[in-house]
Write a protein that binds this ligand. Structure first.
Ligand code: DX5
Ligand code: ZN
Length: 222
């Protein structure tokens, strides 16, 4: 069963802890935290303080805190996010001139290191780093906002990346983020994704968080 990682960006920020508990009580596996700086992406969100506040809740449920950094110069903040309780720290390849050094820095800080690719960034960009990463995040929307439509070409990218990881014998997780819904979840898992990030499909719409997570579960067990 793939891991479901609700994206807290789509939750009610006024009751973040309660929303995290609703998702975890309903069986969510990871908590995905979107950090945006208003430079790399045209939106601003949270910093290490919010990670620190939610970390004890995640720990109670044994759920990894998955921090997705959509920021320029991520190397300046890695230690702060590690200290705040991040388990996985993912940086964008597009923001790192020295990606190898940044991946090492994340691992030395005691976290799993992820690398994310925007929809327009080719997989080839990862060739040299693939053997050392713990996670690859395929963006299936242009990062910045929750609620955007899934870009269909992302599925082929996931299939190709899955083949590359298998060829290397890599145990790295393959995460997909953006426009993930119960309606495309199975297709993404069959393509090779094993961590599904979902924001609006978990915290939005008319259903409860529990019903929304149940919809993912039934989509994946059909
Ligand atoms: C996009 C973020 C995502 C996103 C998920 O910039 O990284 O985590 O908000 O939200 P949905 O699932 O609504 O696309
Ligand atoms: Zn994200």
């Amino acid at each position: 069963m793939p891991a479901l990682a609700p994206s807290m960006i789509a939750a009610d920020y006024g009751r973040l802890e309660a929303q995290a508990r609703e998702a975890l009580d309903a069986g969510a596996d990871w908590l995905h935290m979107d950090v945006m700086d208003g430079h790399f992406v045209p939106n601003l969100t949270i910093g290490p303080g919010i990670i620190e506040a939610l970390h004890p809740v995640a720990e109670e449920y044994d759920a990894p805190v998955d921090v997705h950094l959509m920021i320029e110069n991520p190397e300046r903040y890695i230690d702060a996010f590690a200290d705040a309780g991040a388990d996985v720290i993912t940086v964008h390849a597009e923001t790192c001139s020295h990606l190898h050094r940044v991946v090492q820095q994340i691992q030395e800080a005691g976290c799993r290191a992820g690398v994310a690719l925007n929809p327009a960034t080719p997989l080839g960009q990862l060739e040299a780093i693939l053997p050392m990463v713990d996670l690859v995040l395929v963006m299936s929307v242009n990062p910045g906002f929750s609620g955007q439509a899934f870009i269909p070409q992302s599925t082929t990218k996931i299939q190709r990346l899955r083949r590359q990881l298998n060829a290397l014998g890599s145990k790295a997780r393959l995460e997909v983020d953006g426009g993930v819904k119960p309606g495309n979840a199975l297709q993404l898992v069959q393509a090779g994704a094993d961590v599904l990030v979902a924001g609006s499909a978990v915290f939005g719409g008319d259903g409860s968080v529990e019903e929304n997570i149940e919809a993912f579960r039934s989509a994946l067990t059909l």
